[in-house]
Write a protein of this length. Structure first.
Length: 135
């Protein structure tokens, strides 16, 4: 499959993203009507579409101060296209984005079974005494 990166999502892409979200436990409750606000409030968007069908097949977004921290959210590859290298392509797009070149730390959170995938780009669980906290 030939792919291309997109930085802005069309209405069709937002529909595709909602379908991607419906297939994941961590995003399945997201409301389609709230997605445009979420997208417009994110600092950087990374989409990969099928070049022929224009279907969104992978997506990530970043919240950042462009200096110290960049937090990667919603890193997702469509189920039928996993293990085709799209995750690696997407991460390369995120980490290679020129607007993020000066960021000191990229961060994300994931399930334990995904730590090996992210370790390829030197993400680590070894953060000393730091703990994720949520309210």
């Amino acid at each position: 499959m030939e792919t291309r990166r997109i930085e802005e999502l069309s209405t069709g892409h937002v529909d595709d993203l909602h379908r991607l979200y419906q297939n994941e436990w961590w995003t399945e409750t997201r409301d389609r009507e709230e997605l445009p606000q979420m997208l417009s409030s994110s600092d950087e968007l990374f989409g990969i579409e099928n070049a022929d069908s224009r279907e969104l097949v992978a997506f990530a977004r970043v919240l950042t101060d462009y200096t110290y921290k960049a937090l990667i959210f919603d890193f997702i590859v469509a189920e039928p296209h996993r293990n085709e290298g799209l995750g690696a392509q997407l991460m390369s797009e995120v980490l290679g984005e020129p607007r993020l070149a000066d960021v000191e730390h990229f961060e994300l959170y994931c399930l334990e079974e995904m730590t090996g995938f992210y370790a390829q780009w030197e993400f680590t669980e070894e953060l000393g005494d730091l703990r994720l906290m949520r309210r």
